[in-house]
Each structure stands twice: as C-alpha cells, then as structure tokens.
Design a binder for this molecule. Structure first.
Ligand SMILES: Cc1ncc(COP(=O)(O)O)c(C=O)c1O
Length: 385
C-alpha cells in the first residue's frame, strides 16, 4: 500500500522532469572528481577555498580522533559539551565580531533551529524574508507558525513597503542571505541594515556562501560592507568554505543563552563530533590566511562571467563565485548538463522547486582550486554545437 502510493507520487515527479537521484562519485569533492571511472572538472561543489582533503586539516583530524574519538555521543546539554566545542564557538564569535556563538550539526539545522526558536519570544511577531531565501530559512519560518511576509528578491523598495505594512507587529525578524545560493547575487547590505534600524526590526543574515570568500580574512559580506555590527544575528556553515560539516549562529550572549534554552534543533540532537570541532578551528585559521585564494577566486569568477555573457548566456545578477547559467526550461538545462558531462565537466542542472518555475539553470560554483584552463574548457564546451 505504502509503496504503491509512493510510486504514484514518484511517477508524477518523473513525468514533470523533476526526479532527483544520487550520482556516485568516487573521490573527495574537489575541483576534479572521479565519476564513472572518468576524471571530471567539478563545478558543482561549495568547496570554495579548496580545503576539502587539505593535508594540514587531515593531519589535525587524525590527531584529534585519537584524543576525542568520533562522536559527540549526546546532546551537549546532557554530556556532550567537550571543551573543544567551546573553543570553536569562542573563535567563531571573535571571527564574526559578535559576543557569542552556538554550533549546530548542520547549517540547515541552524536556520530551522534559530528561526523557529526566536519566534517564541513575542506573541505579536512576524517574519519578513526575501522571496528567494534558502529552504532551511523557509522551513524554520514555517515551523514557527508565525505570519510570514515576503519581499521581492534583493529589492529594498519592496522590503520597505513590507516594513511599512507590518509596523503594528511588536517583533519583526527580517531574514536575508548575503550571497544567494542559486543566483550568486548579493543583498544591498547598507540599505538592508538601514531599513531594519528605521523600522526597529531584528536583522538576520545567512552568510553560508560568503564566509571564507568575502571580506577581510574571509569574514563575509557584512564585514566587507562595514555593517557587521549592525546585523543582529549572523548565520554561517562549516560545510562550504570550511569544507567540513556543521552550522553556527553568532550574536549577543543573551541570544545564545536563549537558543540553548529554546532551540529544539540544538537541544534534542547529538553535538557535532569533537573532531569536527577541532578541525573547524584548523580550517578557520587557514581561511583567515587565504587572501591569495580569495583573490584568485574573485578573478576567475569575473573572467567566467564576462566570457559567459560574451556567448550570450544569462547569468542573472551574479556577483560572486556562484554563477547561474539560466536556461529557463528543464529540458534545455538537462541537455546542457549532459553535453558538459560528455566534455568531462560536472555541472548539474538545478530545477524547481530549488529554483522558481521556468528558471531552471546550471549552477556553476567556482573554487580557488579551479584554474583559468578549467574556465576555458567550460567555455569551449559550451561553445560547441
Ligand atoms: C544559504 C544557505 N543556508 C544554509 C544552508 C545549509 O547549510 P548546510 O549545508 O551546512 O546544512 C545552505 C546549503 O545549501 C545554504 O545555501
């Protein structure tokens, strides 16, 4: 009975060209991967600073596993608060220039856990968010049961209109991302923080795709635009530039204390592994010193965007290492992805509901491990008929 119902649903998904499936890759997800026995250039990872498999981090991981073992083994409130968790949080708070930090097992859980917990702090509360916010932010917002208002993507006039309409709410949480995960464009940070201040709203910024990549020492977009101190709540993940696993939130000491008491996604789960916490500290130190890698990443991103535009491709308003090639229809995107694969390029198609209907795309995600030669190979493959 269950399988029959599920098969019907799956057939429907397949009929609409939206079936997802796992691809077996036989290597670490760096700039080159092994897929079906063939070496491919990988444009589909978030390994922005090429730290996945980094030898220094690997050595550290081995030492730490000997000391702490593999697992947190329980919630940190029960018995899992190993000193290395505390050390990582102190270092991340310092990195983001905030009073305190709390680490979760993933970035997804961080967003769900933070947003849903925060909305319990006032009865007359609402959420205001960019329409293209990541699924984890949406899921946290929906789980909270609060009223959700949406503003047009990256449009500060639209945000102001919503803020005017919601003036009667006593607590307003405004959520955005610094670099958007599927479009690679950037929230106008100064206008964003000014509007939040003007309408007495609390600001929350997800820096998943900008941490490590932008700003002094890789602190992120808020730091780059000099508005870090005006953001109330900063989100980061350990799974992208850090090339590990986990997520974190930074803010005031009171915020972190509140989350330790009210955030179910933190309370009712096993802590991240102590060895991950230790290697995250190592990763953070490397990130801070990776100015050359950031410069290279920024350069190749600019070059690729120019070359794609010259070929007539729509790269939306990308202003980062994430560069969409928007083909609109699912069929065109699938065909393009298959053509690239034939040319030893791994660049997957992104379809609804991850992106809006009729906005299917190839999402090119560059890392400092890519070379100009890789960019040229991509361009030549796209250029082939
Ligand atoms: C903007 C944004 N926030 C949060 C997440 C979730 O982070 P994680 O992969 O660590 O769960 C992602 C991941 O894709 C993301 O793009």
């Amino acid at each position: 009975m269950l399988d029959k119902l599920l098969s019907e649903k799956l057939s429907e998904i397949e009929k609409n060209g939206l079936k997802r499936f796992l691809r077996d890759v036989d290597s670490s997800p760096t700039a080159k991967i092994k897929f079906k026995g063939k070496e491919l250039i990988n444009f589909s990872s978030n390994n922005y600073l090429n730290l996945s498999g980094n030898k220094t981090i690997q050595q550290k991981a081995l030492q730490i596993i000997e000391k702490y073992g593999f697992s947190g083994t329980s919630s940190r409130l029960v018995s899992g608060n190993i000193l290395i968790h505390k050390e990582l949080e102190e270092k991340l708070a310092l990195f983001k220039n905030k009073q305190a930090c709390l680490v979760y097992p993933s970035g997804y859980q961080t967003n769900v856990g933070v947003v849903s917990a925060l909305m319990t702090c006032h009865k007359e509360a609402c959420i205001i968010m960019d329409e293209l916010s990541h699924a984890s932010l949406w899921d946290g917002a929906k789980l909270s049961g609060s009223r959700i208002f949406v503003y047009q993507h990256c449009d500060m006039n639209s945000l102001e209109k919503v803020l005017k309409r919601t003036q009667n709410y006593k607590f307003k949480l405004v959520i955005t991302e610094s670099v958007f995960s599927m479009d690679g464009d950037i929230t106008p940070m100064k206008d964003f923080v000014n509007l939040c201040k003007k309408y007495e709203a609390v600001s929350m910024l997800d820096e998943a795709h900008s941490t490590g990549v932008f700003g002094k020492q890789g602190k992120g977009i808020a730091d780059l635009f000099g508005v870090g101190d005006k953001i109330d709540i900063t989100i980061g993940t350990l799974s992208k530039a850090f090339a590990l696993q986990g997520g974190f939130v930074c803010g005031s000491k009171t915020l972190i204390d509140f989350l330790i008491n009210k955030s179910r996604a933190f309370i009712y789960t096993t802590a991240i592994s102590p060895f991950l916490a230790a290697v995250a500290i190592e990763s953070l130190e490397i990130i801070k010193k990776s100015a050359n890698q950031r410069k290279h990443l920024c350069n190749i991103s600019k070059i690729l965007k120019i070359k794609l535009k010259d070929l007539g491709f729509d790269t939306a308003n990308s202003n980062s290492q994430i560069i969409p090639i928007i083909t609109n229809t699912i069929e065109t995107t699938e065909k393009l992805s298959a053509k690239l694969l034939k040319n030893s390029i791994y660049a997957l198609s992104i379809k609804p509901p991850t992106v809006p209907k009729d906005k299917a795309r190839i999402r090119i995600s560059l890392t400092s491990g890519h070379s100009i030669k890789d960019i040229d190979l991509l361009i030549n493959s796209l250029n082939k008929t």
